[in-house]
Design a binder for this molecule. Sequence first.
Ligand SMILES: Nc1nc2c(c(=O)[nH]1)N[C@H]1C(S)=C(S)[C@@H](COP(=O)(O)OP(=O)(O)OC[C@H]3O[C@@H](n4cnc5c(=O)[nH]c(N)nc54)[C@H](O)[C@@H]3O)O[C@H]1N2
Ligand SMILES: Nc1nc2c(c(=O)[nH]1)N[C@H]1C(S)=C(S)[C@@H](COP(=O)(O)OP(=O)(O)OC[C@H]3O[C@@H](n4cnc5c(=O)[nH]c(N)nc54)[C@H](O)[C@@H]3O)O[C@H]1N2
Ligand code: SF4
Ligand SMILES: [Mo]
Length: 692
Amino acid sequence: MLAATTSTHCPYCALQCGMNLRPTEDGGVDVVERTDFPVNRGALCGKGRTAPAVLSSRVRLTGPLIRRHATGGLEPATWEEALRAVADGLRRTRASHGPDGVGVFGGGGLTNEKAYTLGKFARLVLGTSQIDYNGRFCMSSAAAAHTKAFGVDRGLPFPLEDVPRTGCVILVGSNLAETMPPALRYLTELRENGGKLVVVDPRRTRTAEQADLHIAPRPGTDLALALGLLHLVVSEGRVDEGFVASRTTGWADARAAAMSHWPALVERITGVPVPQLREAVAMFCDAESGMVLTARGPEQQSKGTDTVGAWINLCLATGRAGRPLSGYGCLTGQGNGQGGREHGQKADQLPGYRKLDDPEARAHVAGVWGVDPDTLPGPGRSAYELLDALGRDVRALLLMGSNPVVSAPRAAHVEERLKSLDFLAVADVVLSETAALADVVLPVTQWAEETGTTTNLEGRVLLRRRAITPPEGVRSDLEVLHGLAGLLGWEKGFPTDPEEVFDELRRASAGGAADYAGISYRRIVEEDGVFWPCPDPGHPGTPRLFLDRFATPDGRARFVPVTHRASAEETDEEYPVVLTTGRVVSQYQSGAQTRRVAELNAAAPGPFVELHPRLAERVGVAEGDPVAVVSRRGRAVAPARITTAIRPDTVFMPFHWPGEGRANTLTNPALDPTSKMPEFKVCAVRLEPAGG
Ligand SMILES: Nc1nc2c(c(=O)[nH]1)N[C@H]1C(S)=C(S)[C@@H](COP(=O)(O)OP(=O)(O)OC[C@H]3O[C@@H](n4cnc5c(=O)[nH]c(N)nc54)[C@H](O)[C@@H]3O)O[C@H]1N2
Ligand SMILES: Nc1nc2c(c(=O)[nH]1)N[C@H]1C(S)=C(S)[C@@H](COP(=O)(O)OP(=O)(O)OC[C@H]3O[C@@H](n4cnc5c(=O)[nH]c(N)nc54)[C@H](O)[C@@H]3O)O[C@H]1N2
Ligand code: SF4
Ligand SMILES: [Mo]
């Protein structure tokens, strides 16, 4: 007899929609509507609905693979052989090049339990500082700005249910109609309630089409835009002086910095007409309350931290923060984009959002781990810097939960670095483009086959539950790390039971900024998730942050004095067009999972270059013609998709595909100095017809 349905969450994005899974006769699952989870109330996008297709053994890995000869292909192996080969590979490099010769690369899709264990494995078993993860490419700029201004970083400081009740939302560089479709409802309800929606995006996206005001700046100019709006807030007497005086510090410097951004200058930099700037300020300030929400558009820039800082300044100056129904928030991206950055797979972090260079933090976590704090390595390199160092001083890599061959900036270079490694091990559910380069591939269980927690974009800790038995040939990531730790001399400390890991994580995070100490699997199920911080079992959790005080030492939010600067690569005669990149609704990230789902492929079969008819005419391409996009990093070719919905000086490519149309062949790895976020959203290119 088949078990009843299991309540769980989608394997993909940060919305973490609730769904029910019903086992099928053939050992798989069907997705069944789950209306009791408040975030999505039963709604799912096509990716979530079709997620079970990736469980099929036709598309997934079902047993370990080894490259037995350097020049040969990947061949089936037993788990014993595969784990031994990985342990030997890592040990050999450690012996010849020291602990920092071995690197670890994680992912924001990994559950909290996996991210925590991966960080612990790197620091204890390998003793390496060289660990980072793909979340660096995702929300690191917003995280850095959050921490600077508010003293803590949680994507949204309020639940999504607050959004429809605010007066005005400025949504900056988020196409949530495609990237979190069930969340569009919150914006629709906002407008039904009389609230205003301003969307800032160089493209008139499906999301921008919902807006009362769509502002389309030139990519890479959001910093000037936000400063121009702040200038107008000041010159039009819209500053909330009482709030600024009682709840913030640093206004004088931030104000002075903003005042050098005259509306006319801002119009010249951004291409946004001054009357539109005024209209945006009026909409935002006329309402009783307001929110600014950012996503990857303004964040994935070499000045992303300052840009988010400028939007936060706008919220603080107008008193739109630290009050009910007001505030700044970042829409995180990956399934565990929030939790994945809190528990120690980031180069500079220990669990509980502690800092690796803080002696007290080291002592606390070392205590939980039962080791001497001095044995913990220091902070390591950021994701792109780590990938760039492969084959140089980092000579072996263990990669879990990312596909950088498709998703990293300057991807041809990254691919070449991966190939130059002495040893590469990849744990994945499918044979991704990166796994295909590995010496050993470890096939792992998927969401419906394992239990673990994720933390969604609201800071709500959720439980994904096992609904079916995994195929025989696969093991969980926790089992992989347990097995490797054992072979490398750590019999204890790496349990395979997720709840046991979570209970240790609770202790490791206790007292940290992201405090999970009071959260248990049982509470999560009973309460539809628990918002951190939740320091003890009697604590209700914290859906809304900052209402009484900000998380800074003096309780006040900090303005940051920022000024506009150019993108790392501006257009010129040789490369006269701006390339920006992003997503389409039916593919997810590097596409490793969604490109294996027929229904999604039918909807989004391949890459394309979105461009304005005037630009298309100048280049000499018609709809569907192959067009070559050339940057200083390389050349990509994809069919032209001609539309007036994009600025004539800008082209857009989605990044979900490998091969000839790979957008990341072109992108610029220029890094934000604080967050080390690469500039995925702006580089200079030229276009050529590639037909015939
Ligand atoms: N379908 C789908 N959904 C996803 C994902 C996916 O891969 N596919 N990935 C998930 C993840 S990890 C993430 S991070 C989120 C990302 O979610 P979003 O941030 O919504 O996605 P993007 O398409 O990367 O970028 C959003 C918008 O930024 C605009 N943009 C480009 N350059 C600029 C600029 O300079 N300034 C401004 N203001 N806007 C600009 C683009 O035109 C685009 O419409 O989506 C999550 N959901
Ligand atoms: N040009 C451009 N590039 C971008 C972006 C952009 O906007 N433009 N966005 C960036 C952003 S925001 C992100 S988040 C990155 C994401 O890019 P990637 O890091 O490549 O993300 P995914 O494609 O989700 O890769 C996850 C891999 O892990 C596997 N996997 C899934 N779940 C598990 C698990 O539980 N365990 C293990 N071991 N493996 C698992 C999947 O099959 C897949 O191969 O891309 C970045 N790259
Ligand atoms: S919006 Fe995100 S979480 Fe919801 S079903 Fe789609 S991919 Fe899954
Ligand atoms: Mo992301």
